[in-house]
Design a protein around this ligand. Structure first.
Ligand SMILES: NC(=O)c1ccc[n+]([C@@H]2O[C@H](COP(=O)([O-])OP(=O)(O)OC[C@H]3O[C@@H](n4cnc5c(N)ncnc54)[C@H](O)[C@@H]3O)[C@@H](O)[C@H]2O)c1
Length: 350
């Protein structure tokens, strides 16, 4: 495929529907040449997720500056990616002394820093290492770019998002509209599996996924999936389970070489693109995300969220649930509650 064609097809995948980013922008009265300047920082940019995510952000025409930060390896990744002839200027930053520079002026900060799962590990097993990494990165965010939208990818998301919130609260910079746990991969998986089972063109499929981002806390709402399909109850149960275990499927297939990286990078790029569109004033941008929420008794919950110029514009409700989904919701609440509390406790004790 010619490079311009490849770029165009990747760009069009950033949009939910058939319209392209440039169509959105011209509809709002400005041409692509006057797209606002936006800086995106990727923390953990030399990792399995970080590298392909950095590549996809380099291809996103909404990004004007791309800062790639890691504790090692970023000069090479940045040099490599910077040769791509797309809009953004790329700079690599390595080591804590360069973190401030990487963050300064950022509109969106994406965090895939940390260790991934190995076979036999749960996301919770990653807690101790990743909690510390997230805490120190968020401390720097509150200092250098307190107004940025934070896209948290590092696991366990059910705990790292509450950790980030506590860090920001302590620093006096917490804005609940600007902190997001990235659960887009669960949506991406639910769409793919549903389309496959229902023999529906995947590009037409939408499936909300609510709850959290680990095991049974991931609750795909196939009763609200569009287009409708006539899958049996057994098939819905199997699809739900496969969506919940999607991460483990990849961890086992990679046999010790990490967890989902390429599909996660795609999902992270989709979510960051939605954040940028919201910031730029594009209307009706809706994605699922794990955010501060009052739609259940829990302080954080993943659901459909409308994105706008300040981040979260509206946390949308759950909508009508099937009996099976209502049961799933009841089951997930205690586990998700414990993970949230674990994050809050860590942030306040360390
Ligand atoms: N949200 C999701 O759906 C989802 C999906 C898959 C993986 N993940 C999580 O994403 C994280 C990264 O996974 P990966 O496969 O890319 O791992 P990886 O080990 O390949 O990469 C992690 C990168 O983080 C860097 N890093 C470590 N400490 C850092 C620090 N203090 N500051 C900056 N960078 C630091 C490492 O140097 C490395 O380059 C893991 O926590 C994983 O569980 C989340």
């Amino acid at each position: 495929m010619k490079s311009s064609l490849l770029l165009r097809s990747i760009r069009s995948s950033f949009t939910n529907s058939t319209s392209s980013i440039s169509t959105h922008l011209t509809r709002r009265g400005y041409g692509t040449e006057s797209v606002p300047e936006r800086k995106v920082a990727v923390l953990g940019a030399a990792g399995g997720i970080g590298q392909p995510l950095a590549l996809l952000m380099k291809l996103n025409p909404l990004v004007s500056r791309l800062a790639l930060y890691d504790i090692a390896g970023t000069p090479g990744v940045a040099a490599d990616i910077s040769h791509i002839n797309s809009r953004s200027e790329v700079a690599g930053y390595m080591g804590e002394e360069q973190l401030g520079q990487a963050l300064e002026g950022s509109d969106v900060v994406i965090i895939p820093a940390g260790v991934p799962r190995k076979p036999g590990m749960t996301r919770d097993d990653l807690f101790n290492i990743n909690a510390g990494i997230v805490k120190s990165l968020c401390t720097a965010i509150s200092k250098y770019c307190p107004n940025a939208l934070v896209n948290m990818i590092s696991n366990p998301v059910n705990s790292t998002v509450p950790i980030a919130a506590e860090v920001f609260k302590k620093a006096g910079t917490y804005d609940e509209k600007k902190l997001f746990g990235v659960t887009t991969l669960d949506v991406v998986r639910a769409k793919t599996f549903y389309a496959g089972k229902g023999k529906i063109p995947v590009a037409d499929v939408n499936v909300p996924v609510v709850g959290g981002h680990a095991g049974i806390t991931i609750l795909p709402l196939f009763s609200q999936a569009t287009p409708k399909s006539n899958l049996s109850d057994e098939e819905i149960v199997a699809l739900t389970k496969r969506t919940q275990d999607g991460g483990t499927e990849v961890v086992e297939a990679k046999a010790g070489k990490g967890s989902a990286t390429l599909s996660m990078a795609y999902a992270g790029a989709i979510f960051a693109d939605a954040c940028l569109k919201g910031l730029n004033g594009v209307s009706d941008v809706v994605e699922c995300s794990f955010v501060q929420s009052s739609i259940t008794e829990l302080p954080f919950f993943a659901s459909k969220v409308k994105l706008g110029k300040n981040g979260v514009e509206e946390v949308l409700g759950l909508g009508p649930l099937s009996d099976y989904e209502r049961q799933g919701l009841e089951l997930l609440i205690p586990e998700l509650k414990a993970s949230i509390e674990k994050g809050v406790k860590f942030a306040n004790q360390n």
